[in-house]
Structure formats: structure tokens, C-alpha cells
Design a protein. Sequence first.
Length: 285
Amino acid sequence: MFLIIGYVVILLASVGTYAIHGSLAALWVPAEYIAIIGLVVGSFVAGNSMKVIKKTVGSLPSLLKGSKYTKTLYIDLLAMLFEILAKVRKEGLMAIEADVENPDGSPIFSKYPDIVSDHHVLDFITDYLRMMVGGNLNTLEIEALMDMEIETHHHEVEVPGHAMAKIADGAPAFGIVVAVMGVVNVMGSVGQPPAVLGKMIGGALVGTFLGILLSYGFVSPIANLLEQKAHEGSKIYQCIKVVLLAAMSGYAPQVAIEFGRKVLFSDVRPGFLELEEELKARKGK
């Protein structure tokens, strides 16, 4: 929603203010629009693999939605981890084997559909719980493995943002290319009346205008938003990591989830008493 609002403000501030003292018809040069859009799209297709293209295009609709990483989601996550670790502490590691191997049929996991629906997060949790069930673990080695997996995931989710940033970097140059093409056309018509030449020069400059506006006004905000969402989406893995490592180190479930609560961003981090009251309320159900 804010992306659309920002676009409207950008158009009002650029085209709208121009319309006060100029003619909008002067900005309508279809050939310039077709040329620069073609250059941008062609560069994107030529410079990226099909995997990156699909991932980038597929990520664009998410920009119009709010973040799914809310305080409610993190409370659910910490409550689920607490319930799993409490079961381990009470009944032993083997007690969660069935839950780990079949999370869809697990009475614990089934309580948290928003978390289970994210198969990346679910796999991350179940894979390391499976390692815990499997036998002796070296906490330092598991931590290193978790860090590498989180880093790999982060690089993957950063790809769309990087691809759009490259488009934003190239768009002004494409605007210059289109403008130069227009100037070359003007030079070939040097015998025309000044009014005609002026219109042709103005049309050529529209290319530069389009390239800069497209880059900084439209594509760059998309790249920034995709990058922010990539960072936002990586935090949940860090939360899971510190909770499981704390449990592997022998801390009680109540303490382990406190480790996870402390690494969350402040705007989605539940308070200590808030989380404690929530766990008590859920335990009583």
C-alpha cells in the first residue's frame, strides 16, 4: 500500500509540478517509452538466469502485502518451541520423534498453522530437532551448520533485491542512450524550422527524464523493499537457532525461549511478562 502511495507522490511531484507550467503532451513520446522499457526488460532478461527471473517476478506481489512477521507470529513460534522443549524435558527426546517425522499430523505443530505453512521454517525446525533426537551433538558444530544454512537462505532471498537494484543502476544510462538516439535524429533534420527542431530535441530529452525517473522513483524503491523483506525474513531463523542451541546446552525451556525473544526486532518482540502470560494462558487450554 505504501509503495502505491509513494508512486502517486512521485508522479505528483514530477509530472504534476511540470504540468503547472508546461504541456503534458510534450512528455508523450511513445517511441521513447518503448525504447527505454525495452532496454530495461532486455537487460533484466539477458543478465539473469530463468531461476532469478522467476524468483524476482514472483516476489513482486509480496510488496503490496503487509509483513507476515508480526508479534503474533513470533509469540506462536516461541510458544510452539516451548511446548516441544517442555515435552522433551518431561518425556525425553524420543517423545518428539513422531512429531518431527510427521509434523502435519503432530498435535503440537497442528496448533500453529501459520508456522507450519512456511515449509522453509518448518524444515529448519524439524531438521535440527531430528538431529537432537538422533544422538550426541557437538553444540559448536551444530551452531556453525545453522549459521551456514541461515547465510545460504539469506543469499537466496536477497537475489530479487539485487536483480532489481541492477535494473535501477542501469536505467539512467539507458535514458542517456535513448536521448542520444534522439539527438542523432535531430542532427539528421538540421534543416527543419526551429519549432520542429525544438520539439524533436524536447522529445530526445524525455528519454533522459524517463531513465532517471524510472530508476530512482520506481525501481529503486522496489529493490529497497525486497532487501528489507529479505532481512526481515531471516530473523525468524536466528530466533529458532538460539532457542534450540540453548536447549542443547541444557537450559530449561523457559530460559531457552528467552534467548529467542531477545534476538527479535524491538517492534515485534513480545515483552517478558507478555510472553509469560501468553504461555500460561495457552497451557491452561
